[in-house]
Design a protein. Structure first.
Length: 130
């Protein structure tokens, strides 16, 4: 089980800024190419533009599947984190994920659909820390 948690949208909307050297960007762009093809993503999609981190996270369980390991990916999209100025509703995350899937050209059902999970816990409902 791979887990990725987020409490704000700024990190979700990302490009590979750290890789500025052309060789680094080329390597980053090449790695998930097989994932894109395997998931049936449309050719028009450009994961390097806006949803790099999300696309990169999808590449990890696909790589594990290719190694014969049944992996699941759990996105924990936190709602109501005022410190992070994150989304106030689960619907906000739902819309953002739909936009990412569309931008990445992902079909509604693909080879990883049963292995990618999303939860949206509301941190405002947690008991206060002691």
């Amino acid at each position: 089980m791979l887990v990725k948690a987020k409490a704000h949208m700024r990190e979700f909307l990302s490009s590979p800024r750290a890789a500025t050297a052309p060789a680094s960007r080329a390597r980053i762009a090449q790695a998930p190419g097989a994932t894109k093809a395997a998931l049936g993503a449309e050719e028009r999609s450009d994961r390097m533009a806006c949803y790099y981190q999300y696309a990169n996270r999808l590449a990890h369980p696909w790589w594990l599947h290719e190694q014969g390991i049944e992996a699941h990916l759990l996105f924990v999209n936190v709602v109501g984190d005022a410190d992070m100025k994150g989304p106030a509703t689960a619907e906000s995350w739902h819309i953002a994920l739909q936009a990412a899937d569309y931008a990445l050209g992902l079909p509604s059902r693909h080879a990883l659909s049963a292995h990618v999970h999303h939860v949206t816990p509301d941190c405002r409902t947690l008991p206060p820390r002691i």
